[in-house]
Design a binder for this molecule. Structure first.
Ligand code: AR6
Length: 182
């Protein structure tokens, strides 16, 4: 499914984000930036060890050894990935609290703003927080898509691709997008 928003494109696809050829892909990381399971593990495996080395450097130099806070984003190169850049963001762990929606929205907004600040015009997102972090996917889809739509409404950007890992995740996002556009 693809829609146009203010001259920009928003696409929903199924696929593996490590294969996406947008200028940037987004990693659903954790605050350590040192890798993990899920999409984070897949991105680090596909990008090669240089990605971990740059993440370690960011921890030391940009974050003074601290963790990347939930909702914030940092950018690295893509190394062996088709994408030139990886934007790493930390989604909220679901705990049944309403306040988590805002933190999830922050992930999308901050990633998009960071991409735009680096002159990036195409970006692929995974479904942040809906795997290991257990955020309910229908709720996450509405937060993700409404944040992306709001961003694209406000500026000239290019292309945003939501890369869903399964057909069932795709269908949830498709239903949420249709509802949002009604
Ligand atoms: N391409 C696209 N989507 C993928 C891929 C892939 N190659 N692999 C998995 N997904 P998760 P989270 C989907 O668990 O919930 C890590 O250990 C997956 O099906 O990767 O934000 C981090 O280090 C799901 O729909 O991320 C953190 O500790 C979505 O990506 C923690 O997991 C997100 O699932 C973050 O948990």
């Amino acid at each position: 499914m693809q829609i146009e928003i203010n001259g920009n494109a928003l696409k929903l696809i199924t696929g593996d984000i490590t294969k996406q050829e947008t200028e940037a892909i987004v990693n659903a990381a954790n605050g350590t930036l040192l890798g993990g399971g899920g999409v984070d593990g897949a991105i680090h495996r596909a990008a090669g060890p240089e990605l971990l080395a740059e993440c370690r450097q960011i921890r030391q130099e940009q974050l003074n050894g601290e963790k990347l806070p939930t909702g914030k984003a940092v950018i690295t190169k893509g190394y062996r990935l088709p994408a030139s850049f990886v934007i790493h963001t930390v989604g909220p762990v679901w705990s049944g609290k309403e306040g988590k929606d805002k933190l999830l929205a922050d992930c999308y907004r901050n990633s998009l703003q960071l991409a735009a600040a680096h002159g990036i015009h195409s970006i692929s997102f995974p479904s942040i927080s809906t795997g290991i972090y257990r955020f309910p996917i229908d709720r996450a889809a509405t937060v993700a898509l409404s944040t992306i739509v709001e961003f694209l409404d406000s500026r000239e950007f290019g292309e945003v691709v939501m890369t869903l890992f399964s057909q069932s995740d795709y269908e949830v996002y498709e239903a949420a997008l249709k509802k949002l556009m009604d």
